[in-house]
Design a protein around this ligand. Structure first.
Ligand code: ADP
Ligand code: ASP
Ligand code: MG
Length: 475
């Protein structure tokens, strides 16, 4: 049994969906038991969210415009994919019913002038409900028995709207009850990525880019033999190919390496995707739907045969560096504890921490959008320390970026950090803070956002990651 996930570009229009059908047909010849997970068609989630935000601002017209555009786009694809008149009619009715709900909620929101998180999540996830129906119809058209499933009946989550956390045990029960009979009867279910629901049935979303995570969750629930992420890149690469054109595909990496890369900005995989798969040892493949014959990347517990020191370099932008500083911090216990407690109480996620050995300052990286509230929370929480002059400043520097250099082969090898930072210095990029995880498979550092791309390119070049990965692979 395999779970195959297709991202937004891979279901982006009728041609891409035809390609999906041919990939699924080929996979069925190997293993008939397949579950397909789909994203919304490329750009649809943003379109829905933009319209709903415009509506909150009083622009009701934005809803009608989006409805018209999304209707046209999906019906155009449908017309190209499905010939039967009755099938087209019933699909059109289904898609229209969803788009009408969007319009009604959007108009309500424009009237109230407020966007409740649960309404936002329902709207955000509509694109997947549309695409799943379309893709399932395309499979049936090709003679593959299929039905569309909305994952709010399968993936049970908490009510953290916008970034809901799954209850894996409850999800396994619901998923197996719904999908195993379909698989037994020879069907290929098409499941909406990105969405889930609370135990009460209120729809939620798993976070942007979360369809990958859906595939991981469903793969674990069904104890799949493998999860395959079909996207528009050849696999995990030595750098983001949009940034570094010479980037090479990594044929094999470990869960830990893939996790670090995804966490620090390699958009090719949602960072939580592997979490449900790791305890079960289920391998994940990343493959290019434009070039199905290329082997892609295998992600599993073993790092593979290759011992390369650095495998990939990635960056994450849109961050802020918060610095708590003061000469009086030296040797005063508890400042770090107070700092992190205050940040946690403000509900802010910390991506990187660094403290200088002189203890004169403590740095943390957070999303830029959280910078002001974090600074305010810290000034308040450290009022006593300010008063006693142990802490003199709480600064926010933005926009900043983290650059992360990842590779299991870095462990225990001296001199890697020196090479990384000499490459960055030669490129004239100023390093603001440094952190190395204790796992030693990741060295990350902070730079001004505008310099992140230069740093990534410099490191990629210094470690010759653009050389044929195949050659490096088995050194
Ligand atoms: P999908 O819609 O299929 O989920 P995404 O756009 O979310 O696709 O992710 C795929 C993109 O991730 C690629 O087009 C590529 O530009 C980008 N990317 C960033 N870093 C990496 C990397 N290290 N390896 C491969 N792709 C990467
Ligand atoms: N459609 C959702 C998004 O754009 C989820 C995904 O594509 O993975 O974030
Ligand atoms: Mg994605």
């Amino acid at each position: 049994m395999q779970v195959l996930k297709f991202g937004g570009t891979s279901v982006g229009d009728a041609d891409r969906i035809r390609q999906l059908v041919s990939i699924v047909s080929a996979a069925r010849a190997q293993d008939e038991r397949l579950v397909i997970v789909v994203s919304a068609m490329a750009g649809v989630t943003n379109r829905l969210l933009d319209a709903i935000r415009a509506a909150v601002g009083g622009n009701v017209g934005a809803i009608a415009d989006a409805q018209t555009e999304l209707r046209r786009r999906h019906l155009e694809a449908l017309a190209r994919l499905v010939a039967g008149e009755a099938e087209v009619r019933s699909l059109t009715a289904e898609l229209d019913a969803l788009l009408d709900r969007f319009a009604r909620i959007g108009e309500g929101i424009a009237l109230v002038g407020e966007l409740p998180p649960r309404a936002q999540d329902f709207i955000a996830g509509l694109g997947e409900r549309l695409s799943a129906r379309l893709v399932s119809a395309a499979l049936r058209e090709a003679g593959i028995p299929s039905a569309a499933f909305d994952a709010d009946r399968l993936i049970v989550t908490d009510d953290t709207f916008g970034a809901a956390a799954p209850d894996l045990a409850a999800t396994a029960l619901a998923t197996r009850a719904a999908l195993l009979p379909a698989l037994e009867s020879g069907q290929t279910p098409v499941v909406t990525g990105f969405i889930g629901a609370t135990p009460e049935g209120v729809p939620t979303t798993l976070g942007r880019g979360g369809s990958d995570y859906s595939a991981g969750i469903l793969g674990a629930a069904l104890e799949a033999d493998a999860v395959v992420i079909w996207t528009d890149a050849d696999g995990f690469m030595t750098a983001d190919p949009r940034l570094v054109p010479t980037a090479q595909v990594l044929s094999e990496i470990s869960y830990a390496e893939a996790g670090e890369l995804a966490y620090y900005g390699a958009k090719v995989l949602h960072p939580k995707t592997l979490l449900p798969l790791i305890p079960k040892g289920i391998p994940l493949y990343v493959k290019n739907s434009f070039r199905p014959e290329s082997p892609g990347t295998r992600v599993s517990a073993t790092a593979g045969a290759w011992r390369a020191d650095v495998k990939s370099v990635t960056s994450i932008k849109g961050l802020a560096l918060i610095t708590v500083a003061g000469r009086g911090m030296l040797g005063v216990p508890g400042i770090a504890a107070k700092t992190f407690a205050a940040v946690a109480a403000a509900g802010v996620n910390v991506l990187l921490i660094s403290q200088s050995s002189s203890e004169n300052n403590l740095c943390l990286m957070i999303e830029a959008a959280d910078a002001e509230k974090t600074r305010a929370a810290l000034v308040k929480a450290l009022a006593m320390e300010f008063h006693l002059a142990c802490v003199e400043r709480v600064d926010a520097f933005q926009p900043a970026a983290i650059v992360a250099v990842v590779g299991a082969g870095m462990r225990g090898r001296p001199g890697i950090a020196a090479r990384i930072f000499s490459a960055v210095a030669t490129a004239n990029v100023n390093v603001i803070a440094i952190a190395q995880g204790s796992s030693e498979i990741n060295v990350s550092f902070v730079v001004a956002e505008a310099e992140a791309a230069t740093a990534v390119k410099a490191i990629h070049e210094r470690f010759e990651l653009g050389a044929a990965a195949g050659e490096r692979a088995f050194l």
